[in-house]
Design a protein around this ligand. Sequence first.
Ligand code: FES
Length: 158
Amino acid sequence: MKQNEKLSRRIFLTASAAPLGGAALAMAGGAEAATSTVARLADVKPGKPVNFNYPGDEPAYLLDMGRAVAGGIGPKRAIVAYSALCQHMGCPVNYDDKSGQFVCPCHASRFDPARNGDAVEGPSTRGLPRIQLRLAGDAIQAVGIEQGVVYGRACNQG
Ligand code: FES
């Protein structure tokens, strides 16, 4: 084997092992996704998404829809949260304040936070995993995943 082939193989194996190691750790974690304080109620404004990480280091959005939506929490039952990773190939989605939807910059899938994070357009056929929230005083806490599995994970543990 030539030196360049050895190097290429090493780079490939290193790059391939990282996601597998993450999945193995997630499967071996054994615990449900931990409770995590995401924001204070007073700091959340309608239409202004809040970035946080859940479960673990996975990117997620908290969003006040400004009106009652199914599963929303808070005084108006308007606050929801979703994984920020597109269910097509895992690109982080962005919030589009004109449409009120999450839009994937990679292949233009769109997800509706007012409708359970459902995929409403694009190649993704699965909606964004919905993060279960609860209020503890004025603290908004993430306590689990209600539907779906965060992209790239075997499960939502850890
Ligand atoms: S990764 Fe999001 S649409 Fe392809």
